[in-house]
Each structure stands twice: as C-alpha cells, then as structure tokens.
Design a protein around this ligand. Structure first.
Ligand SMILES: NC(=O)c1ccc[n+]([C@@H]2O[C@H](COP(=O)([O-])OP(=O)(O)OC[C@H]3O[C@@H](n4cnc5c(N)ncnc54)[C@H](OP(=O)(O)O)[C@@H]3O)[C@@H](O)[C@H]2O)c1
Length: 321
C-alpha cells in the first residue's frame, strides 16, 4: 500500500522508523511527505531512505490536494499539529483525502473532537476507512478495543488520565522542580503538543474527552463544550504540600450520560496515592470505561513514548480493509 504522509514531525519520523523495522512482514511504500515549513517530497514509485531521513524536502506543494494527487497513494496519514479550537486544517486534509477515495489514518485528535460524525459518514459514503487509534492513548487500544471486542455494550461514561505532559510536570514539581522545568522535561521526551500550553491548560485533554464522547457515546460535541480547568494554577509548594499529605494531583477527564445529556469535564483532581487513577508512573495513561454489560474495565499504557504513538498509527494501517 502506498502512503502519503501529511505532517512529518515526532510521530511521522517515528512511524517511518517502525515501518522500516517491520517492512518484511508489512511492506508499505511512502510516496509523499508534505510539511508546513520543510517542503514536500513526492515520488509515486516510492521515496528513498535518504529522502525520508532528510531534514528538509523540495518545494512545498501549492495545496494538500495537489500533494495527494501527485502521491498516487491509497492512504493519507494525517500527522499535523493539533488545533484544539477548530480541528483544522487537519479536518480539511482528511476531507481532501476522502474525496479522492483514500483511506485516512490520523493521530490528530482535533478532527475527531470536532467533526467525527461528519467525517465518519463521508468516509463511509466514499467506501474508505477513517481510523484514529493513536489520537487518545497512543498505541494502547481504545477505539479498536471497542470496535473489535465489545459487541452490544453501551458506554455509560469514562474516566481517564490522558495527558502525559501534565503528569510529567506534576511529578517534577513533587521533586521540587519548577513548573517550567517539568514542561521542558516533557518537551524533551517529544510528547508535548507543539504549543505546550494546550497540555497544561487542559486543551489536549478536552480534545481527547470530546473525541471519546463523539466516538463511544455519539455525543456530537466539541472541546469547547467540555468544562475544562488545567494544571496552570498549581505551584511546586502546593504540589509538595499535597504530596506530604500522601496525595497527588492528576488531570482527569470524565464523561457520563445524565438525564440531561452527556456531561464532560477535565479537572486537576487531588487523589489518594493508591487511587487507580494516580498510581501509574511518568508518562503513563489510563482509561476506565463504565458500561451497561461489562461494568467498569479499562486500558493502561505504562510509560508510552512517541514510538507507541507510531504503533497506534501502524495498528490502523495494517488493519485497513
Ligand atoms: N507526539 C506524541 O507523543 C503524540 C501522541 C499522540 C498524538 N499525537 C498527535 O500527532 C500529531 C503530530 O504530533 P507530532 O508530535 O509529530 O507533531 P510535530 O512534531 O509538531 O510535527 C507536526 C508536523 O506537522 C506539520 N504541519 C503542521 N501544519 C501543517 C500543514 N498545514 N500542512 C502540512 N504540514 C503541517 C509540521 O510541519 P513543519 O515540520 O514544517 O513544521 C510538522 O512536520 C499531533 O496532532 C499530535 O496531537 C502526538
């Protein structure tokens, strides 16, 4: 299968490393790379390793449509920067691919958080797949778990600790480091959004919360409708005081069906150390699903990095129809 990659930063490069590692069993060909400031590379016969390893590519294609046409790929892999306010331009990139009857795989939660139902329906009309496993918990199964192993189960709600950056920042402050030192540490791990404020202000978590609600609960919501308060008011002094009381802080996403609709919120919550939401280390993420038939169950990912995000994209690629 031929792949056209839109956005080639931390995740895009990790994906290419993974595809190389697995190329004997899963032979994909990369026919295009399109970026914002680093140009565009296209070869419908397949880009060489020296090109995919380059820091810069050729002249930038005039539009994503021109890029997709030239790539002659069957799959568009959308890995551009998150815009939690609109989900754009990623949603437009996805629409351009679907209009060309290309499958779409994305790690970008923006389009799922803003336009899931419309994109799902457009993909279905075009007879192509729209997949986004890595958008909420990197490579750990969330949507595919749901799709493949939970027939007949209704999601009543979910609880998640889904933002690795805020967790790294809180743990740094528990060690007496500053907020900014914690953010710099998260950035060095390649797990921070290009604008780290999205992580600590709670926008990344709000987008993940909206995406989960849209896919699992047909909420048709947006991140703006998630009541959100991030961790920016926390200080090292306050975090250490909480730690001395045997507790910790986590940025928690909660969704639940109520008689009035679906309630969604993101908050920095003070939790007992032994609470299941607080006892995983470092960048670890965790989600619990509250359901009618299966009670509460969940997925946990211990210390995921960008390689696990790339795996989430890969897991979608290898299961395209
Ligand atoms: N990093 C993670 O651990 C992680 C985990 C889960 C999900 N994600 C999601 O995966 C996506 C990519 O993350 P990342 O860490 O790889 O980001 P990144 O390192 O900032 O790379 C983003 C890439 O997108 C390109 N880009 C931005 N706007 C574009 C546009 N309009 N047209 C074409 N290309 C454009 C950038 O081009 P330039 O290089 O020219 O700037 C860059 O190559 C994001 O949506 C993020 O939320 C990331």
């Amino acid at each position: 299968m031929k792949l056209a990659i839109i956005g080639y930063g931390n995740v895009g490069r990790a994906l290419v490393r993974l595809l190389r590692q697995k190329r004997r069993e899963f032979p994909f060909t990369i026919t295009g790379i399109h970026t914002l400031r680093h140009g565009t590379a296209v070869d419908a016969g397949g880009l060489s390793e020296s090109v995919t390893d380059a820091a810069d590519f050729g002249v930038r294609a005039a539009s994503v449509e021109e890029f997709l046409e030239a790539s002659r790929a069957q799959v568009a892999v959308e890995l551009t920067t998150l815009n939690p306010s609109t989900g754009e331009p990623a949603a437009a990139h996805i629409r351009a691919a679907i209009a060309r009857r290309m499958h779409v795989v994305t790690a970008n939660k923006g389009p799922v958080a803003h336009s899931y139902a419309a994109l799902r329906d457009e993909a279905a009309c075009a007879g192509v797949d729209f997949r986004f496993e890595s958008s909420v918990m990197d490579g750990a199964p969330v949507f595919n778990l749901w799709r493949h192993t939970m027939p007949g189960v209704k999601v009543l709600g979910f609880t998640g600790v889904l933002n690795s950056t805020s967790k790294v920042v809180i743990e740094a402050m528990e060690q007496g480091e500053s907020f900014d030192a914690g953010l710099a540490k998260a950035r060095s791990l390649g797990i921070t959004e290009s604008d780290g404020a999205y992580d600590v202000q709670g926008w990344d978590s709000a987008a993940k919360t909206a995406a989960l609600a849209n896919v699992l609960m047909d909420a048709r919501t947006t991140p703006q409708q998630v009541t959100t308060r991030g961790i920016t008011r926390l200080t090292p002094e306050r975090v250490m005081e909480i730690a001395r009381a045997g507790k910790t802080v986590r940025l928690v996403s909660r969704g639940r069906r109520t008689s009035g609709g679906i309630s969604l919120r993101v908050r920095a919550e003070v939790l007992e150390r032994h609470d299941i939401l607080s006892c995983t280390p470092g960048t670890s993420n965790l989600i619990l699903f509250h359901t009618d038939l299966m009670g509460t169950f969940g997925t946990v990912s211990i210390e995921p990095g960008v390689e696990q995000t790339a795996y989430g994209v890969f897991s979608d690629l290898v299961s395209l129809r």
